[in-house]
Design a protein around this ligand. Structure first.
Ligand code: GTP
Length: 235
């Protein structure tokens, strides 16, 4: 296995499947099965999930809502997704713990780094909810932050595109995919991997980012087994 401990970043939108809003139980089940396979190989898995399928703070702000208020709503949305993912994983007999950056003690454990690491060592999947617990930060930033804190080998960002391209592959047919690229080249070529706060935090801490298509069954397993899937961003 290529990695011992990974931080998997899942997008909230991906949970919608073919829906316009909310959570598609089929997609959730597919994800849970993919994650189970990897856990069974002995890989420690932590997860950060977005909330865009329910609410995005930035979208709220652009419609005149107070940004902080919107971001708080977005953080709660990630907790809803976290609970759904926890439930789907438990349906697959995967042991999990949900830890949230905002205290909702009746619903989930508060985020405690040392406890999270113990859970991982015991083979439990740890889902981190509520982002960083602060407005103005994305769940990508939360994912990088938690990955660094728990000393993950890499952050695996599951998206609907299969890597980083020199142009938008959904608009330009001639776009070429990078198998690997340095942090520096991402900046000089003006490519977008994550928002700058998340990206810089990753670069400063030499945390590799792997962008891959999470919606293709088997990809997660291939990736952790060392197959060249997606794009690796590294020093
Ligand atoms: P170890 O005993 O250290 O291996 O971990 P554990 O998570 O099994 O122990 P703990 O006694 O902390 O937790 C037992 C159960 O209670 C687990 O399902 C936890 O997720 C849950 N739990 C622990 N703390 C909290 C909390 O503050 N709020 C909520 N809602 N659940 C909690």
């Amino acid at each position: 296995m290529q990695y011992k401990r990974i931080l998997l970043k899942l997008s909230g939108e991906a949970l919608m499947g073919d829906r316009q809003y909310g959570i598609d139980p089929k997609r959730l089940e597919e994800y849970a099965k993919e994650i189970k396979e990897v856990v069974e190989k002995g890989i420690q898995v932590a997860i950060v999930i977005g909330g865009g399928n329910i609410f995005r703070g930035v979208a709220g702000a652009s419609n005149g809502m107070d940004r902080v208020q919107g971001d708080h709503m977005g953080m709660l949305a990630t907790c809803i997704n976290g609970l759904a993912l926890q439930s789907a994983l438990e349906d697959q007999d995967v042991h999990t713990r949900l830890q949230t950056a905002l205290e909702i003690k009746e619903v989930a454990e508060p985020y405690i780094k040392r406890k999270a690491i113990r859970h991982l060592e015991k083979g439990r999947v740890v889902i981190f909810g509520a982002g960083t617990g602060n407005p103005y930060f994305t769940t990508d930033t939360a994912a990088v932050l938690r990955a660094i804190e728990i000393n993950a080998d890499a952050i695996l960002k599951g998206t609907r595109v299969d890597g980083v391209y020199n142009a938008d592959p959904e608009k330009d047919k001639n776009a070429v995919k990078f198998d690997s690229i340095s942090f520096k080249d991402v900046i000089t070529k003006g490519l977008k991997v994550m928002d700058m706060t998340a990206f810089t935090l990753s670069e400063e801490n030499k945390l590799p980012i792997i962008i891959f298509d999470m919606n293709k069954v088997g990809n997660l397993m291939k990736l952790v087994s060392g197959e060249k899937i997606g794009t690796v961003v590294d020093v």
